[in-house]
Design a binder for this molecule. Structure first.
Ligand code: CA
Length: 329
């Protein structure tokens, strides 16, 4: 079967990431699914946003000065949805010497047009609406963004996210909806259904962070929070352990290959996952951020699809991946 083309935060290579416009363009470009990340607002809404922070993609610092935490960031969890919806959204930027510098200089220009944040519910309504008006389906990959952090803050991200999905009709393995997380305990909880509505059975993807990453924390027996090490998930022999609660692995695509003397080949991770009954769903291909061994995104697709044998490609540029996959026939 052809690998799925998954639009990473929508067609984020062309429009500000995670916006409804980027999701609609992904559908227009023939994506099989859109990927998005979700976090909670102060009043319990499930917001689509790549991270916990509203800064870096919006004018929150200008509109709500003084609302940052001690680390300088403006957390979605500290704002009501009504406040968040007043913010203007732009392509991702960083601040250098007081100046806003686009992270991807050749993408959609900063602060042009009029983009806003939106809830997961709005996004699912958009997808359902497009499916109806075009007669063409598009799935959704929903990443729970640091559920452990929400738990530490005293709120539950998992339940309202799954409730929003169920309300929009995403309940079973036939509904083209995958739930993703770096946090294995959140996935194990969903698999067990602990504290969740009954009758929901969605496929789960264990995202795999690099060894030594501080992406995920866990609570020890004494109640303290400590870094969770994803190192074991890189061990080929451990794939059955992931299969016990998940249906796919989601590694950084760089972690699926080995480069020796300028020759790129599969490093065996994908085959080990397949042998264990897991699908392989790597992220995130970018035409404007290529590895040293590739001259174009097609070179990366050739390796991942032709040699590694991935089951989906998550990319900021779904049109390029769509064209590549369609040429395979
Ligand atoms: Ca994500």
């Amino acid at each position: 079967m052809s690998p799925l083309v998954v639009a990473h935060r929508g067609a984020s290579g062309y429009l500000p990431e995670s916006t409804l416009e980027a999701m609609a363009l992904a559908h227009g470009q023939g994506a099989d699914a859109v990927e998005c990340d979700v976090v909670l607002t102060k009043d319990g809404h499930v917001l689509v946003n790549h991270g916990l922070w509203l800064d870096g993609v919006s004018d929150v610092a200008r509109k709500f000065p003084g609302r940052a935490r001690a680390d300088g960031h403006f957390y979605a969890l500290d704002f009501a949805l009504d406040e968040i919806l007043t913010l203007e959204v732009t392509d991702r930027y960083r601040v250098e010497d007081g100046r806003e510098v686009p992270v991807f200089p050749d993408r959609f220009p900063l602060w042009q047009s009029d983009f806003r944040f939106h809830t997961l519910q709005s996004q699912l309504e958009l997808i359902r609406g497009l499916e109806r008006s075009t007669g063409r389906s598009m799935g959704v990959f929903v990443e729970l963004k640091t559920p452990w952090w929400h738990e530490r803050e005293g709120v539950d991200l998992v339940r309202p996210t799954l409730d929003a999905l169920a309300s929009a009709g995403y309940r079973t393995r036939d509904d083209q909806c995958w739930v993703l997380s770096f946090d294995p305990r959140a996935l194990e909880r969903i698999r067990c259904g602990t504290g969740l509505a009954a009758g929901v059975d969605l496929p789960l993807t264990q995202l795999i962070a690099e060894v030594g990453s501080d992406e995920t924390y866990e609570q020890g027996p004494d109640g303290s929070w400590r870094r969770y090490d994803h190192a074991w998930m890189h061990e080929l022999g451990e794939m059955p352990r992931i299969r016990a609660y998940a249906d796919a692995i989601g590694p950084d695509y760089h972690d699926l290959v080995r480069v020796e003397s300028h020759v790129v080949a599969s490093n065996g991770m994908a085959a080990a996952a397949h042998d264990a009954g897991l699908l392989v769903a790597p992220w995130a291909l970018r035409a404007d951020q290529l590895p040293p061994w590739a001259l174009s995104m097609n070179d990366v697709l050739e390796v991942l699809i032709g040699q590694v044998g991935v089951d989906s490609v998550t990319t900021d540029f779904p049109d390029i991946a769509r064209a590549f996959v369609d040429r395979l026939g």
